[in-house]
Unconditional design. Structure first.
Length: 191
């Protein structure tokens, strides 16, 4: 049993955060205050259901939540890392290789410009490395992430949150409807 009644896992961004009564852009609710402590209850695609420090539950764009550090690991186990940047880098490398191959086919006359455009449609790549700093585009979640050397943090998102194509999950169902390739969800860990 946790001795704390409310243990935040995230905070709202410094500019505040729009919220919705349900994971539906047509049902807006009051915006959340800047840096408001939040506890993640569940996810549905890009949406996140959160419990606010004042006891209010609402839905937000989960890609914009700022993670708080978890409790320190116990001495008996290794420290756990989440949001490892290496899979995002591998995805960027694969996308770049696909684009390079398309360019080579176009330059060699193997495909015409229309075919090149058709095959490149939907391909999105974004990567900036500046010394120890890294920004990488995550096409699965339509967001830019920033790596501090240990883990990825959301930097910016492209559009409003959306549900996965599989439909709307039941309210409060953690990770319901997450596509299997959506990566590791935020984990809630009991101390």
């Amino acid at each position: 049993m946790d001795e704390f009644g409310f243990r935040p896992t995230h905070v709202a961004p410094p500019d505040g955060l729009p919220s919705w009564a349900a994971p539906d852009p047509a049902q807006p609710a009051s915006p959340l205050d800047p840096l408001l402590p939040l506890q993640l209850l569940g996810r549905a695609g890009d949406w996140a259901q959160v419990l606010c420090s004042n006891g209010w539950t609402t839905w937000v764009d989960g890609r914009l939540l700022l993670s708080l550090p978890g409790a320190p690991p116990t001495a008996t186990g290794p420290p756990a890392r989440t949001a490892d940047p290496r899979p995002a880098l591998a995805e960027a490398e694969g996308a770049l290789a696909r684009y390079r191959s398309l360019l080579e086919d176009l330059a060699a006359g193997g495909v015409d410009l229309e075919t090149f455009r058709d095959r490149a449609r939907g391909l999105r790549i974004g990567l900036v490395v500046d010394g120890e700093r890294l920004w990488v585009f995550d096409p699965v979640h339509d967001r830019w992430t920033y790596c501090d050397g240990l883990q990825l943090h959301t930097y910016a998102v492209g559009d409003r949150p959306r549900l996965p194509d599989s439909g709307r999950p039941a309210a409060g169902t953690p990770n319901a409807g997450r596509p299997p390739d959506a990566g590791e969800p935020t984990r809630l860990v009991e101390p």
